[in-house]
Design a protein around this ligand. Structure first.
Ligand code: IPM
Ligand code: MG
Length: 376
């Protein structure tokens, strides 16, 4: 297979972890006989330095020409947020990309690796029940893309953010979520705030209509405040969660930390043609940028999602996931997941990738879909 990938490393740890993901992509190309041409583009503060814009036309055009986009992360240090280089950086870059390509569906998986159970912030008995859930977040509607207004009335500053949903926006997200649930454990939870919000009442109405088309999937509605509580109280009850843009933003961060680190979380943003942008949702982590210690796994797993969802390369994607899992099983740990146990090997960004590449090389069987054996 011959494909072009637009590679947008971004800011902070973005370039460091992207470099590692690219090594894995190259290794997969070599092993499975594909040709992936990588075309690099700037976004965020790094683009601002060169072009005076967080999302230059050149970047958009490279993304348009690619078969998929592998995105790092954008954004500056908290203390510099007001500088022009960083002000509205995320909104101008990543939100514009989402709207431009109509990435309506965002997939955020959260799984606790068996060999990393002790890292979860939850009690062992809760984790032992198994945590493997997928949040499907609607990505182009809601308060993110309504009219934002700020003014002064009666001598007082005020601000409003319009939150709007159309029936078709809800349908697209809910259909995608049902399709995912069908391929997983067959359960879907639709999350809203229908006891208060009109947008949520519409969401629930439409979601229930769509549910009638999927009698084989177990369906339930849940209020978002309850869902936040259930994610911590008993996350193993969830298979697929579908929800609106704003609720999905918040719930997916809560879910992402169940495995113990945002450095393990990957995501896919897809449009109706399965063109997609793949990124770790964990942010640019400016506090550890430039030190070579960031966990590259989130970026590497985002590349695995790219191969699966945009190119249909299931075996290749699985080979990467297996290699990551095997490396964790061998005890390799970047700083934020290192707990000091005797069997653990504390490694930096590059060494973690080396372990993954070794396992990718070692595994001759993913093509026939067997699993790397992981000690429990
Ligand atoms: C995310 C991020 C973004 C969002 C920010 C960077 C605009 O938090 O992808 O979850 O709110 O969607
Ligand atoms: Mg977020």
């Amino acid at each position: 297979m011959k494909k072009t990938i637009a590679v947008v490393p971004g800011d902070g740890i973005g370039p460091e972890v992207m470099q590692e993901a690219v090594k894995v992509i190259d290794a997969v190309a070599e092993k499975f006989g594909h040709q992936f041409d990588l075309v690099y583009a700037l976004a965020g503060g790094s683009a601002y330095d060169k072009f005076g814009s967080h999302l230059p036309d050149e970047t958009l055009s490279i993304c348009e020409k690619g078969d998929a986009i592998l995105f790092g992360s954008v954004g500056g240090p908290v203390s510099e947020m007001q500088l022009p280089k960083w002000k509205d950086c995320e909104r101008n870059s990543i939100l514009t990309l989402r709207k431009h390509f109509s990435f309506a569906v965002n997939l955020r998986p959260s799984r606790v690796y068996p060999q990393l159970q002790s890292l979860s912030p939850l009690k062992p008995d809760l984790v032992a029940k198994g945590i493997d859930l997928l949040i499907v977040r609607e990505l182009v509607g809601d308060a993110y893309f309504g009219v934002h207004k700020r003014d002064v009335a009666d001598g007082e500053r005020y601000a409003t953010d319009e939150a709007k949903y159309t029936e078709s926006q809800v349908k697209v997200a809910v259909h995608a979520a049902f399709e995912c649930a069908r391929k997983r454990r067959g359960k879907l939870t639709s999350v809203d705030k229908a006891n208060v919000l009109t947008t949520s009442k519409l969401w629930r109405e439409v979601a229930e209509e769509v549910a009638a088309e999927y009698p084989d999937v177990e369906y339930e509605n849940m209020l978002v405040d309850n869902c936040a509580m259930q994610l911590i109280r008993d996350p193993s009850q969830f298979d697929v969660i579908v929800t609106s843009n704003m609720f999905g933003d918040i719930l997916s961060d809560a879910a992402a930390v169940l495995p113990g680190s945002l450095g393990l979380a990957a995501s896919a943003s897809l449009n109706k043609d399965n063109f997609g942008l793949y990124e770790p949702p964990g942010g640019s982590a400016q506090d550890i940028a430039g030190q070579g210690v960031a966990n590259p796994i989130a970026q590497i797993l985002s590349a695995a999602m790219l191969l699966k969802y945009s190119f249909g390369l299931e075996a290749e994607s699985k080979a990467i996931e297996d290699a990551v899992e095997a490396s964790l099983a061998e005890g390799y740990r970047t700083g934020e997941i290192y707990s000091g146990e005797a069997f653990e090997k504390r490694v930096n960004t590059k060494q973690m990738t080396e372990a993954i590449l070794r396992n990718l090389e070692k595994d001759p069987i993913s093509v026939c879909n067997e699993k790397v054996s992981v000690p429990k």
